[in-house]
Design a protein around this ligand. Structure first.
Ligand code: GLC
Length: 650
């Protein structure tokens, strides 16, 4: 016998109690929008029970729970009323086609406004550049008001409703989203919801001793609780600071700061924080943001005696935000930024939680395969770890603004005969160029003296060997690096999910070491791959056969081809056995179309045997869609070194 679940009935009762007051309060605003209001009510009725359940799980034990849900409901209506009509239309469009982002037509880019175009106004002038790449998803790195100096690349937000004045204004951002929508481009922004900067108004009020705002953060008068928590916590930025707590002189209290000492973790066990952050999110949604990258999701709930990562409540909080968005701004999608163990990464992916997620495992393992020239770990891991729920998609990236961490599963490694600990050391040596024969020019990030761990910074090009090759002026090495890069890109666009280009990689931008001259950046090697765009240099070179333009044209070609191949939409991906340790192969299928992709991670041509390929239905002569040439499978398929092939085996 299952227990009686009282929640549906109580959810309904509570709504019935609260709702008349809502209609009364907003009566004059509702008179002219009867149709829209009916639609809002349908969404509210559909989502309310689950929203109630999540909020009850988080806050039901607090005596003022009814007040919490009442305030949430009032805010949902208030922010929905403020939503511009064109965004309400977009909501309807997306509701009619909720899986739009699974399409092979969706490709994206992420960039820093200041590094790309100085500011938002000038960014608008570069929309034709996005059109050249045929992009329809633009992620702007955090552009909110932040403390001067070190602000963790924008991730220490002082005001979610104000743009960093160096970059522009909130109305410029809204105008930009209008222009972008006209061009079919959706805007993604970060929702930095784990922490605020210590200059945020909430933090300032906490510092001044306001008890309501002290409760927005985790602060402690002495080390008793911090010490108990600390035993189980890992250091995220160990070279900058040990431990997760920062002493604040003004308050005479310790503050929980998972990342930098100026980034104060928000206390989601306080329902006021949940509601306040919901309002910030809906405010931004009303400016035209369509996709929120949920920053640092694993850290949003703390529990004594655990490492305070990936707690069940973290999922409940995101699901509550998801339900709130579906009520008041239903076009919104969430992208999870969980760069943790692969078992945990997938738990955030669900239509009711984050419909999108970074794919850190694929990212790390393509680099792992480049270093080893073998694909066994990639093949094994992708075979059993790539599947996610229907209605969700991976966001596939090769590089981003952060470092690379080797987040594969230890048992996966052991299963294919790799010692995980030694292997991570090897990869770190390899990508910092210390391993004999390495082509990579990475920079160590966050050396942890306790366990010897490091992560890797560097651009796609520098890590793939281009920097070294160009420096040596060796054309053969340059060619190899170019091929490596293009092969990784071919995987990124074909394996399933949204390919997300890291701005600059489209033309092969290399490491920029000037960050070491900036005292606010010298301790953060991630700035090596956050370089200012040299438009002049690129525009002058237009259409010439420079490396930059070769990369650019290849990117355009790969995106164009992807959009012509329905099998590349999100969905099933079957990893195949190629019978060759250097060849990574998979099949993509849609209706009658079947594409067999094979990628050669070795620096020598490699053969996949006919027998292996025939099992998957490949025989005789087939077209390689990447080169538009016919190739024969008879006698085995020969794949050139560092090349990808896309065989149409429909
Ligand atoms: C995320 C960001 C990273 C930042 C951290 C703290 O991991 O990607 O750049 O340092 O969150 O906000």
């Amino acid at each position: 016998m299952t227990d009686y679940d009282w929640r549906p009935e109580q959810a309904r009762k509570s709504l019935n109690r609260i709702f008349p007051g809502v209609e009364e309060k907003f009566a004059d605003k509702l008179v002219d929008i009867h149709g829209d209001w009916q639609k809002f009510k349908i969404r509210l009725n559909t989502q309310w029970e689950r929203l109630f359940t999540y909020l009850h799980a988080l806050y039901g034990w607090q005596y003022d729970f009814f007040y919490t849900i009442e305030r949430v409901l009032y805010s949902l209506v208030e922010y929905w009323l403020q939503r511009p009509p064109e965004l309400k239309l977009l909501d309807e469009k997306r509701q009619a086609d909720p899986n739009w982002f699974l399409s092979e037509k969706v490709v994206g880019i992420v960039l820093y406004v200041d590094l790309f175009s100085d500011n938002l106004t000038k960014l608008k002038d570069h929309i034709p550049y996005f059109k050249k790449l045929d992009l329809n998803y633009l992620h702007l790195m955090p552009l909110f008001s932040v403390p001067r100096g070190d602000n963790d690349g924008g991730y220490a937000v002082s005001d979610y409703r104000a743009i960093n004045p160096d970059l522009g204004t909130m109305s410029e951002l809204s105008e930009l989203t209008i222009r972008l929508r006209e061009e079919g481009i959706s805007l993604a922004l970060d929702f930095v919801f784990n922490h605020t900067s210590d200059e945020h108004a909430w933090a300032r009020k906490a510092r001044s001793g306001d008890p309501d705002y002290l409760n927005y953060y985790f602060t402690y008068p002495d080390r008793e609780l911090p010490d108990q928590f600390q035993k189980y916590l890992r250091d995220i930025f160990p070279t900058i600071r040990r431990g997760s707590f920062t002493w604040n002189e003004e308050m005479q209290r310790w503050v929980w700061t998972t990342f930098n000492s100026f980034q104060w973790d928000l206390n989601y066990s306080n329902p006021e924080v949940m509601r306040a952050m919901m309002e910030e999110m809906l405010y931004l949604a009303n400016q035209g943001v369509e996709i929120f990258r949920l920053d640092a999701v694993p850290f949003i709930w703390k529990r004594l005696g655990t490492n305070c990562e990936n707690q069940p409540e973290a999922h409940t909080i995101i699901r509550a935000f998801n339900a709130m968005a579906k009520i008041a701004a239903p076009c919104i999608l969430f992208k999870s930024e969980a760069i943790v163990h692969p078992d945990e990464v997938v738990k955030y992916i669900h239509p009711d939680e984050c419909q999108l997620s970074y794919n850190p495992l694929l990212m790390a393992l393509v680099w792992e395969s480049l270093a080893t020239k073998e694909v066994k770990l990639l093949e094994h891991s992708m075979r059993h770890r790539n599947r996610i729920p229907a209605g969700c998609a991976w966001v596939n990236y090769l590089r981003c603004h952060d470092d690379i961490g080797w987040s594969f599963d230890d048992d996966d490694a052991r299963k294919v005969g790799i010692d995980p600990i030694g292997h991570r050391k090897f990869l770190n040596m390899f990508y910092t160029g210390k391993y004999p024969g390495s082509f990579a020019r990475g920079v160590p990030f966050q050396f942890n003296p306790e366990n010897g761990d490091i992560r890797i910074s560097g651009t796609l090009s520098s890590l793939a060997g281009l920097e070294e090759a160009v420096e040596k002026g060796d054309n053969e090495l340059i060619e190899k690096a170019v091929r490596r890069i293009n092969m990784l890109r071919a995987i990124q666009v074909s394996i399933g999910g949204i390919p997300l280009l890291y701005g600059g990689d489209e033309f092969g931008q290399m490491n920029d070491y000037t960050y070491v001259t900036d005292p606010t950046r010298i301790n953060d090697s991630r700035w090596v791959h956050r370089a200012k765009r040299r438009w002049e240099a690129r525009d002058d070179l237009a259409d010439q056969d420079t490396l930059e333009w070769r990369f650019f044209r290849e990117m355009v070609k790969l995106f164009r081809l992807r959009k012509e191949i329905p099998a590349f939409q999100n969905g099933g991906m079957e990893v195949i056995s190629t019978g060759n340790p250097h060849l990574f192969g998979y099949i993509r299928t849609f209706e009658n179309q079947r594409i067999l992709a094979i990628n050669n991670f070795s620096d020598k041509p490699q053969k996949a045997d006919t027998g292996s390929l025939e099992i998957y239905g490949a025989r005789g002569d087939v077209v390689n869609l990447l080169s538009s040439k016919v190739v024969s499978i008879e006698g085995g398929l020969l794949v050139e070194d560092y090349r990808a092939v896309w065989l149409d085996i429909s």
